[in-house]
Write a protein of this length. Structure first.
Length: 245
């Protein structure tokens, strides 16, 4: 699975880093990453001079991460719930990983890891086929196994609402202020095999039994053209930890 994440998941653009830093409006020297996976986002921040501590519970993911990140990135094998407060960071962020964390006490744990005035950032987004006919063929192919391959909002926010999760929770949290949401548009072209490989890293498919996963990927592969175009827009949420009084 770690190799599939590294091979098929797209990296993150410089525009994402620039947007987070513009929001911070002050130098960010240290960061903690929640659920770093193979380090796609780790690279974005570490290569721009931030001392990143990458946390990840899966040892295979961390092993893959260590092959690709700059020297000096600190790795910690731990689920977010097991990260012990101590050091505080200028930035805590999660790249398509926050939905795996336990909701109970989530924001208190994040706040405890941030310097007063420090920034929290969460970013990710669904993968959607550009061609409506191809999209419909894929929906029909996966229908016996999945009605949708998008995860529902963890707090039940309807998709038509202007503010989406986790911004909704951040707005309700007493520990955070100045919650903002923005979208970085991204369009990619890939082979049919690469697209199926990318789907193999998507949460909705990972939650299927292995035998069903194999069947649904085979069905999808049969209806795809040689290459597909996808939108993979990045929805970014940022918030600032309230300063202590």
């Amino acid at each position: 699975m770690a190799e599939a994440y590294e091979r098929f998941r797209p990296g993150y653009p410089a525009e994402l880093f620039d947007t987070v830093m513009a929001y911070a409006a002050q130098p960010v020297r240290t960061a903690l990453e929640i659920g770093a996976g193979t380090g796609k986002a780790t690279r974005l921040f570490a290569r721009r001079g931030i001392a990143v501590t990458a946390t990840e519970p899966d040892e295979a993911m961390l092993a893959e991460l260590r092959k690709h990140v700059p020297e000096g990135v600190r790795t910690v094998r731990a689920a977010f719930e097991d990260v012990r407060p101590g050091e505080r960071y200028g930035l805590v962020y999660a790249a398509a990983a926050l939905h795996w964390t336990a909701p109970e006490g989530r924001w208190s744990r994040v706040a405890a890891l941030l310097e007063p005035g420090g920034v929290f950032a969460s970013f990710g987004g669904p993968i959607q086929l550009v061609d409506p006919a191809v999209g419909e063929a894929v929906r029909a192919a996966r229908a016996p196994f999945l009605a949708s391959d998008e995860m529902p909002s963890p707090d039940g926010t309807p998709p038509e609402e202007a503010m989406q999760w986790p911004g909704t929770e951040l707005q309700r949290s007493e520990q955070f202020t100045d919650v903002r949401q923005s979208v970085i548009e991204r369009r990619l072209t890939m082979t049919a095999g690469e697209y199926v490989g990318l789907l193999s890293t998507v949460s909705a498919y990972l939650m299927l039994p292995p035998s069903e996963r194999e069947q649904v990927f085979d069905r999808i592969a049969r209806v795809l053209p040689a290459t597909v175009e996808i939108t993979s827009d990045i929805t970014l949420h940022v918030a600032r930890r309230r300063r202590e009084r």
